[in-house]
Write a protein that binds this ligand. Structure first.
Ligand SMILES: Nc1nc2c(ncn2[C@@H]2O[C@H](COP(=O)(O)OP(=O)(O)OP(=O)(O)O)[C@@H](O)[C@H]2O)c(=O)[nH]1
Ligand SMILES: [Mg+2]
Length: 306
């Protein structure tokens, strides 16, 4: 791409042109030529709230995100972008097609933009790419960005460093596991949702979550526990209101924003480092070195980064 083409693409992006946005996302997603230049010249609006929605597989996150976006578009007349991040390991295939199908109801709504992002198990790739694409969305004139990610392993912890507000979704059946749920996921939540509350056990789980929350020291925000039925829209308005309140409260805490920015910078920096030429054959070199007698991982890495 010539600098001139990039300049014109960026101009369209900043005017909110959806096709230019889709093009920029693809370039960044694939690390194509021109992507670095694009990222260095965008003007993301830092006041745009990013909402992370995470939770176990099948909890109804996509249905919830879709309902929330629909509600916001209809009642608040805001432009919403949805980014469905699939942190699927390189060994399994994701459910992206499913996500797309469930959100088809919005295909003709110009106020809602939907994009899936497969991460292909790239080293350090999930959050850096998500950060970059979120910044493209912030530059493209949306009023709110919703990021869905499946809560498996690290991904939900990572999403918390991207999102201004993190919503953790459970289902009534999660109740039995709640005692064993990693404290990590409890720590990152700004809001809990018990989705599928048309099913038995929802109230019990709500109470159990509230009990757990009471044991925590107050930090300026009372974490709400909400019940939703995503596919019929029950609880969606309250969810929006609570998200909105959290945005107001956390927006006043500059340390919160600073910490998020720092976390994002760390992830981008480490990914940029890994993109450097000397890491091109990192895996092959590592495996080769590890086969030698006396291999030491720390010495190997020290030599690599020195
Ligand atoms: N009973 C009930 N089913 C729901 C509700 N919300 C979603 N579902 C159903 O739950 C299933 C999974 O929904 P998804 O929205 O794909 O869940 P998800 O968490 O995005 O799934 P992954 O992205 O694969 O982790 C679908 O069959 C939905 O129709 C709800 O409130 N009640
Ligand atoms: Mg989903």
């Amino acid at each position: 791409m010539t600098e001139q083409q990039i300049t014109s693409l960026l101009e369209q992006l900043h005017q909110g042109d959806r096709r230019a946005l889709a093009r920029c996302i693809s370039l960044v997603e694939n690390d194509s030529e021109g992507s670095d230049s694009i990222l260095r010249q965008i003007h993301p609006r830092k006041e745009i709230p990013v909402i992370g929605i995470t939770g176990p597989p099948g909890a109804g996150k996509s249905t919830l995100v879709s309902a929330l976006a629909g509600w916001i578009s209809e009642h608040q007349k805001l432009n919403v972008a949805i980014l469905a991040v699939d942190p699927t390991s390189p060994f399994t295939k994701g459910s992206l097609l499913g996500d797309r199908l469930r959100m088809t109801e919005h295909f003709n709504n110009p106020g809602i933009f939907i994009r899936s992002l497969a991460t292909r198990g790239a080293l350090g790739g999930l959050s850096a790419k998500t950060i970059e694409i979120t910044d493209l969305l912030k530059a493209a004139g949306f009023d709110m960005i919703l990021i869905e990610t499946v809560g498996v392993g690290q991904s939900e912890i990572e999403i918390a460093s991207l999102a201004d507000t993190t919503v953790v979704v459970f289902v009534p059946e999660s109740g039995d596991e709640i005692q064993t749920i990693k404290s990590g996921i409890m720590e990152i939540a700004d809001l809990f949702v018990v989705n599928k509350s048309d099913r038995e056990g929802a109230d019990k789980l709500v109470r159990s979550l509230q009990t757990t929350l009471h044991e925590r020291p107050y930090s300026g925000w009372t974490i709400p526990v909400l019940k939703t039925v995503a596919f019929s829209g029950v609880g969606i308005e309250e969810l929006f209101n609570q998200i909105n309140q959290h945005i107001q409260v956390s927006g006043k805490q500059s340390t919160h924003k600073e910490e998020l920015l720092y976390q994002r910078a760390l992830r981008v920096a480490s990914q940029q480092l890994l993109k450097k030429q000397r890491f091109e054959n990192f895996k092959a070199e590592l495996i080769e070195a590890s086969a030698l007698p006396g291999f030491n991982l720390y010495r190997f890495i020290a030599e690599k980064i020195s």
